[in-house]
Design a protein. Structure first.
Length: 335
């Protein structure tokens, strides 16, 4: 299938370095909505000592915003270098890869062995393995099927099926009592954040997001296509490799911190493209990050503080994101 049929969203228009006034106002409105969402999250239903409540909830709030911005930024970069709006690292099999690594650790060390390991050590090893594995996974996908939407989707499905099959095989040989460790780690944990891990993650993720922001004008050029990028003096292959490294770091660290959320990136980036319809990454990156923060903080406030539901927020996000994926896929196939 020609790349023109992929939902690129890249317009061959002159690149602008300044934010248009309308987009700037919309970004300001998103920032205001995030602040409005954060206020009830920090205060609603609090009955204890504020000296304890504010730092405790503040750490979880910081984790929600940090993870949301990292996932949204990595999704924007991934869609730019693949020139497809329906593809995200999670859809291409990353979440299944995470669960397979977790299952392998429990199989080799046992559930109690994994639980006895220091959290910082588990986090560093887990994130490192995910970075290496994701570089190999995404690099293979981009190298062999980078310009064919259906081939990339099918390849991602095949890899995901392979990882899930290996995971299922290992789980059948694990003691049923130890399976609870895998079950807990297989879902995002927005209510249980280790503050020590949060500090390490913040340093790595903020550095990666700063590097992605520094590439924003180059990403505008890369999004125009291989030939156009070369004509404008940009080496698209070098830019793709640099973006791929940043994507691997952001998705690996954020997943190691809270667990996998399959369709978060697709959902928030699709919403951001509707709110700020522009191909320029100087607008799209902050728009997607703020939208992700609103979805996570506002959704967690609604589920946990207002409705008092025990349903995890990632379940709702995956349901909505799955519907968005199907809509975008069917829309792209009709073109």
């Amino acid at each position: 299938m020609p790349s023109d049929l992929s939902l690129t969203g890249a317009a061959p228009a002159p690149l602008r370095r300044l934010l248009p006034g309308q987009n700037a106002r919309r970004l300001a409105l998103l920032a205001l909505l995030l602040a409005v969402s954060a206020a009830p999250y920090m205060t609603l239903g609090s009955r204890g000592n504020w000296g304890f409540v504010l730092p405790f909830r503040g750490a979880k709030l910081a984790a929600l915003v940090l993870v949301g911005m990292a996932v949204s930024t990595s999704t924007v970069l991934f869609q730019t270098i693949t020139r497809n709006r329906i593809l995200t690292p999670s859809i291409m099999g990353f979440d299944a890869l995470y669960v397979m690594i977790l299952t392998g650790a429990v199989y080799l060390l046992g559930g109690h062995g994994v639980m006895r390991l220091p959290p910082t050590g588990i986090f560093v090893v887990n994130a490192g393995l995910l970075v290496l594995a994701s570089l190999a996974l995404f690099g293979t996908l981009l190298g062999r099927a980078g310009h064919d939407l259906m081939r990339m989707v099918l390849t991602g499905i095949i890899f995901g099926t392979l990882f899930r099959s290996l995971t299922s095989f290992l789980q059948r040989m694990i003691d049923p009592n130890e399976f609870a460790v895998i079950q807990v780690g297989s879902y995002a944990r927005f209510t249980q954040i280790d503050t020590d891990l949060l500090a390490i993650s913040a340093v790595v993720l903020l550095a990666a997001m700063a590097a992605a922001w520094a590439m924003r004008h180059r990403l505008d050029v890369i999004a125009l296509g291989h030939d156009a990028a070369i004509n404008l003096g940009e080496d698209p292959r070098r830019g793709q490799i640099q973006a791929l490294v940043l994507i691997a770091v952001m998705v690996s660290v954020s997943t190691a911190l809270v667990g996998p959320v399959a369709f978060l990136g697709l959902l928030v980036v699709s919403l951001a493209r509707l709110i700020t319809p522009t191909p320029y990454h100087g607008v799209l990156l902050p728009s997607a990050g703020l939208t992700a923060g609103i979805v996570l903080v506002g959704g967690q406030t609604l589920m946990e503080r207002v409705l008092a539901l025990s349903t995890p927020l990632p379940v709702i996000i995956d349901l909505a994101g799955g519907l968005v994926f199907l809509i975008l896929l069917l829309k792209g196939l009709r073109r």
